[in-house]
Every structure is written in C-alpha cells, then in structure tokens.
Design a protein around this ligand. Structure first.
Ligand SMILES: Cc1cc2nc3c(=O)[nH]c(=O)nc-3n(C[C@H](O)[C@H](O)[C@H](O)COP(=O)(O)OP(=O)(O)OC[C@H]3O[C@@H](n4cnc5c(N)ncnc54)[C@H](O)[C@@H]3O)c2cc1C
Length: 248
C-alpha cells in the first residue's frame, strides 16, 4: 500500500478488537472464534489433533502468536497448513456481510469462491471428523520456511480396509485441494501401493508450475506425502484397534 501499487482503499477496518468467541463445543461441532490466534487455539484442549499438528508445522511461535484463524483463511493460500488441516476435517466457515446476515459454507467452497466484503466470524469443525486417525506431512526448503507441498489425511480403518477417509493436498494448485477421486477409490479397500496412490493424486490436483517448483515435481511430491500420511494413519488405526496404547 505504501508503494502505491496496490488497489486503492477508501477505508481500513481494524477487526482485532472484535470478540468473536473462543474454542467451544456447539451442536456437534467444535466452534473456533475467527479472531483467535494460532497459539491460543493450539493450546486449547478442544483443538483437534490434526489442526494442532498443522499449527506445529508453521514456521515458529512468533508467527503463531500473531496470526489469526480468520487471517489465514481469508488469504486462501495454497500452502496454508491451517486451511489444509481444517479442510481435511470438513470444516465450515461462518461469515457475516455488511447487513449482518450470517452464512455458513464449507471451507472448500469458501476458498474457491469470492468472499469480498465478508467478515469471517467462526470456523466449525464437525466432531464426527475430529476423532479419526490423522496424519500430516510437508515438504519445505528448511524447517523455518513455508511449505512447498503439504498433505493431510484423516481416516478410519477396520480389518485392513478403509471405511472413512478425507485427504487434502496443498501447494500444488492455486488453492488447497480436496482429493475426492482418491477418497472415493480408497473407500472399502486396503491401501494400494504408492504408485497407485500417486496416480490417483495426480488426477485430483491439476498441478501448476510456479516459483516454488514445477508441476511435475509438485504432483510427484504430493503423491509421496499423501502415501506416507495414509500409511501413518492406517497403521495408527489398525494398531489402536488391537487395544494397545499407540495413538496413530
Ligand atoms: C514469516 C511468516 C511465515 C509464515 N509461515 C506460514 C506457514 O508455514 N504456514 C502457514 O499456514 N502460514 C504461514 N504464514 C501465514 C500466517 O500463518 C498467517 O496466516 C498470515 O500471516 C495471516 O496473518 P493475520 O492473521 O495477521 O492476518 P492479516 O495479515 O491481518 O490479514 C490477512 C488477510 O485476512 C483478512 N482478514 C483478517 N481477519 C479477517 C476476518 N475476520 N474476516 C475476513 N477477512 C479477514 C485481511 O483483511 C487480510 O486480507 C506465515 C506468515 C509469516 C509472516
């Protein structure tokens, strides 16, 4: 803005003092007030494990102490660890327009449509998705760098077959992508080999080349990371089913 190259604004609104609530259970959902900072959600006992793991991947605590859930969602970054975790958990975004009209849409729909003029007020995570076995992995140039490619998985498995699954890839396309063909292909099946997983992931993502890497590289990495996450989550699910104390 200072350079004069950005769009001209008539007004700037500081939303940081708005009280949009805390983290709480509400009607089968975990509701997260949109103004909360990452670290506050991270430390809350109701924070789902996958989201906590996503926060841990974010460069450092200084950023986690400043960045808000709403700011992260509004930016719609394809590399957002927070969007990836929330989308895997089937989160919904609540917004308010200038007339105070509230609306709730899936996060997937929110990041793929225009949200101009909307205030994000809360995120709702269905509790039915929070107890699943989950895993996340990212590829970045260094521990302290934003992800280049990332993957998140949540699933249930019984007798070696996947009975419920949600999978998401980030950094590969203009937005974080739900891997719907992969999810459909995995249901009721044992885990296929890494090559088959990679082929299914490629179908879903239509990878793009940008300064972070070529489309081929991103598609390959997304397949590898998703395959790794699937194995971690399935191993956890199978292991917990045997009654031991391991928590995938
Ligand atoms: C050095 C650095 C490293 C980072 N690394 C990572 C990383 O590894 N992984 C990752 O996921 N993220 C990373 N981020 C991004 C960071 O996590 C935040 O998501 C991002 O900076 C947004 O910050 P903010 O919440 O202060 O929002 P702001 O910068 O204040 O706002 C961002 C946008 O959101 C809009 N906005 C804010 N609140 C609302 C609201 N209530 N309703 C509607 N729109 C709103 C603003 O208008 C603006 O357009 C990094 C950021 C930095 C600076």
């Amino acid at each position: 803005m200072n350079s004069g190259r950005s769009q001209a604004y008539e007004a700037l609104i500081d939303v940081s003092a708005l009280d949009l609530g805390t983290v709480e259970k509400r009607d089968g959902f975990i509701r997260i007030g949109a103004n909360l900072r990452f670290q506050d959600v991270f430390e809350h006992p109701l924070c789902p494990e996958l989201l906590r793991a996503g926060f841990k991947q974010i460069v450092n605590r200084n950023v986690r102490n400043m960045a808000t859930v709403a700011g992260s969602i509004a930016m719609k970054s394809p590399c957002s660890n927070v969007i990836a975790a929330l989308m895997t958990l089937h989160a919904e975004v609540e917004t308010a327009d200038a007339n105070g009209r509230r609306e709730r849409v899936s996060l997937e729909s929110f990041v793929n449509t225009s949200s101009e003029g909307l205030l994000i007020t809360a995120v709702y995570i269905p509790e039915e998705w929070t107890g699943l076995h989950c895993s996340t992995r990212r590829y970045s140039r260094s521990q302290n760098d934003i992800s280049i490619v990332l993957a998140d998985v949540a699933l249930e498995a019984a007798d070696g077959k996947i009975t419920r699954v949600s999978a998401v890839a980030g950094g590969v396309a203009p937005r974080v992508v739900r891997l719907v063909s992969l999810e459909a292909a995995l249901l009721g099946q044992a885990l296929p080999d890494a090559e088959a997983v990679g082929d299914l992931v490629k179908k879903d993502i239509a990878a793009i080349s940008d300064f972070r890497g070529s489309a081929e590289f991103k598609a390959y990495m997304a397949g590898q990371l998703i395959d790794w996450c699937l194995h971690m989550a399935v191993d956890g699910a199978e292991c917990c089913a045997c009654g031991c104390e391991h928590k995938g």
